[in-house]
Design a binder for this molecule. Structure first.
Ligand code: PEP
Ligand code: MN
Length: 370
């Protein structure tokens, strides 16, 4: 168990906050007009209390829009005055935190890239000591629950009790339909390590486009997560960052109408019953397993093309023997039975040969036509 005691429940962070907590707002603050317009439309829905907006944007490569900086904090204050919404921004270093406090931002969050670096987290925790600032910590880029919980522990040790986690998915090791792979089992693991810790899901960064936001949000609610953070922009087509994944306030409204907010039957603060939790783990693992198998078959087809070009036979016995023996050894060390590993490998191998045959036949017949 992680040492996270006396965590303040989300609905005690501010008056009038409900659970699940819905946070909405643009990926980035771009201009005062843009955040004011977006905030007014969000506030008018009457369903949202917290407005998010990136002020400094962590970009993978330089040259993309890196945020408006301090100027945006004044705009956010105006938004708060005008709409009554609470405000939330990302901070990545003590200077950001200092400015956020100076301009009375209500909630701070730590971005995924920052959570991945314990040095940055410690600097921020040292700075925030003594300020009673509500803080949300996004998961690190890698699916490493210890790194995530470690960051939360550093802030907790600095005296922060208004603490929550944000699950935004993990960098995929292979191309997937989603921008970030959810790996729900990691969020479930965090919850089982710290029962009192609220966890909010960020379906926008998991999805990477607007098609899957509803589905992911529903899944998060079904796992009894404590809230959603959804990127929303009055006109996503002109957004300077993450334009594909932002909803309009109107779309957000219909999405919230369609979501089913189930009440948990159990009284404890766990996501859901043990059975449901385990089933979610299985679902997530199966999805990853199928995605990996699909990647394997695509690679097999690539090999088929290469073999065809170089006129090599499909079955190469030594390679197959090597696959069998290395996989058997690995599988056994992972606790799988020999019989199961053999059957699985034979099945995969059979499908692979079929795929290669199809590719090679196609290439030969098109070569004949030329
Ligand atoms: C964001 O919330 O806009 C953001 C940059 O998210 P993340 O840290 O999850 O990539
Ligand atoms: Mn974003």
């Amino acid at each position: 168990m992680a040492k996270l005691k006396s965590i303040t429940k989300l609905n005690k962070w501010f008056d009038g906050i409900n659970e699940p907590l819905i946070i909405a707002g643009p990926c980035s603050a771009e201009s005062e007009e843009q955040i004011m317009q977006t905030a007014k439309e969000i506030a008018a829905l009457g369903k949202i209390k917290v407005f998010r907006s990136g002020i400094w944007k962590p970009r993978t490569r330089p040259g993309n829009f890196e945020g408006v900086g301090e100027e945006g904090l004044q705009w956010l204050q105006n938004v708060k005055k005008e709409t009554g919404l609470l405000t939330a921004i990302e901070v990545a270093n003590p200077e950001h935190a200092e400015l956020a406090i100076k301009y009375n931002v209500d909630i701070l969050w730590i971005g995924a890239r920052t959570t991945s670096n314990p040095f940055s987290i410690q600097e921020l925790a040292d700075y925030l000591k003594g300020y009673d600032k509500p803080l949300m910590v996004k998961n690190p880029i890698n699916p490493d629950v210890s790194l995530w919980v470690g960051a939360l522990e550093r802030f907790h040790k600095a005296g922060i009790n208004k603490l929550a986690a944000i699950h935004r998915g993990f960098y995929p090791f292979e191309a997937t339909t989603l921008r970030n792979i959810p790996k729900w089992e990691v969020a479930i693991e965090l919850k089982s390590m710290c029962h009192d810790l609220p966890i909010i899901c960020d379906p926008s960064h998991i999805a990477g486009n607007t098609d899957f936001i509803g589905e992911i949000s529903q899944k998060a609610l079904d796992l009894n997560m404590d809230g959603l953070m959804i990127e929303t922009h009055y006109n996503p087509t002109v957004a300077l960052s993450d334009m594909n994944q932002q909803l309009t306030p109107k779309e957000l409204d219909s999405l919230l109408d369609e979501l089913i907010f189930r009440r948990t039957t159990t009284k404890d603060a766990d996501f859901t019953s043990i059975l449901e939790t385990l089933r979610s783990k299985i679902d997530s693992i199966d999805q990853q397993m199928l995605e990996l198998l699909s990647q394997r078959m695509n690679t097999v087809e690539e090999i088929g093309k290469y073999k065809s070009k170089n006129e090599v036979t499909i079955l190469q016995l030594r390679r197959w023997e090597n696959i069998m023996s290395t996989r058997l050894k690995l599988g056994k060390s992972l606790g799988l039975t020999e019989d199961f590993i053999k059957k699985l490998l034979q099945l995969v191998h059979k499908e692979s040969i079929q795929r290669q045959t199809e590719v090679m036949n196609k290439m030969t017949s098109s070569a004949k036509k030329e």
